[in-house]
Design a binder for this molecule. Sequence first.
Ligand code: SDX
Length: 434
Amino acid sequence: MDPKGKATLSYAGKTAEFPVYGGTIGPDVIDIRKLYGGTGAFTYDPGFLSTASCSSKITYIDGDEGVLLYRGYPIEQLATNCDFLEVCYLLLNGELPNKDQKDKFDYTVTRHTMVHEQLARLFQGFRRDSHPMAVMVGVVGALSAFYHDSLDITNPEHREISAYRLIAKLPTIVAMAYKYNMGQPFIYPKNALGYTPNFMRMMFGVPAEDYKQNDVLNRALDRILILHADHEQNASTSTVRLAGSSGANPFACIASGIACLWGPAHGGANEAALQMLIDIEKEGGLAKVGEFIKKAKDKNSGVKLMGFGHRVYKNYDPRAKLMQETTREVLAEVGAENDPLLKLAMALEKIALEDDYFVSRKLYPNVDFYSGIVQRALGIPTSMFTCIFSMARTVGWIAQWNEMISDPEQKIGRPRQLYTGAAKRDVTPMAKRK
Ligand code: SDX
């Protein structure tokens, strides 16, 4: 990259210059890698509000305009014109596949959907009532115990087969986590089925009868997976990149991403947002919305309007709009268009978007605000919502991890700190301690 200019910093009587780089679109970056060497000071940016950790060609977000592009394509167009595996190919390879490339990609992914039978026995070690995300972290991490033939991250072929295995096996493992929780037998994948129909059958099929596919519901889930596939350097993607920067194998890195995604401030928000709606409904529904909003505005209440607000989007999350449309389609298909939770969510959104507390802080619905309602209508239990999110985000994590491994600028991530602890002092022997 050639610098487009320079930035000058004056500090403690010294002046240092730093190159400024520009991307295709979006904010410039000031390269401060020589800051500590040149001034003896670190930058200080808890939560990385003003820090670019890498350069990337995968996803672009314009938070002010509410724009999301995967490899330059607007999410609205991808969600309407493509299926999830087509978007997986795009995120991994940088271009949309032609018919032959798509067919080959689908064929290869489909033939990696089964898991080792010993992996199925791992589930027996969990309590049946374990949170499925706890099972996901354990089982996905354990994949590295089964694939000694593809753990060399410097080998592009190992990275490719690991990508296929992870994209293909996550739906199988998510469905197994659900079946284990339900006490029902695992349902094996069927190669004759597409990605989403295969997943829905493994989730809701039983050996006692044939599973009846619903194309509207399958298409809705496929779109939900597209909306969640990647999102720039979010917390879980940054976790995967940091884990990968040490040379850890792809299965361990993806397991670290799943662990991070579980948090209620991140991917766990969809579970928390639906629970919030259910709780308000129980307490009186629409009549209680004003009271809830008041709590969400009160710092001391510990209550947040889950599914609202975003570190980057200071406008409507484009995924939330598409999620709301998908919610209406699914509710109509299952005959629940009058779902009280949808009405409640829309009332909450309307009030919040007219309330200065939310408007002044630019808090809008994010991808998680409606996703719980539509997943519940698809028959997916609340505790499984973040598992579905991790299944969708796995391709984004892999694409970002691959990009990091092949980036000549990348090295092991090792941030520093502002130390505010005790200055150097001597140990007082136990006998003399008060
Ligand atoms: C995802 O990064 C990504 O890209 C993530 C994601 C992805 O695809 O990977 O988009 C997925 O994680 C979406 C976000 C899901 N999380 C939630 O919906 C949880 C609720 N939202 C918040 O916790 C919060 O908005 C965050 C965590 C999403 C963003 O937090 P920031 O950027 O650190 O902002 P902040 O917490 O400093 O909030 C700024 C102000 C604060 O008030 P003041 O101190 O200025 O008075 O807004 C308030 C916050 O208290 N605020 C909220 C709020 N979100 C922020 N107040 C009430 N309800 C909320 N939801």
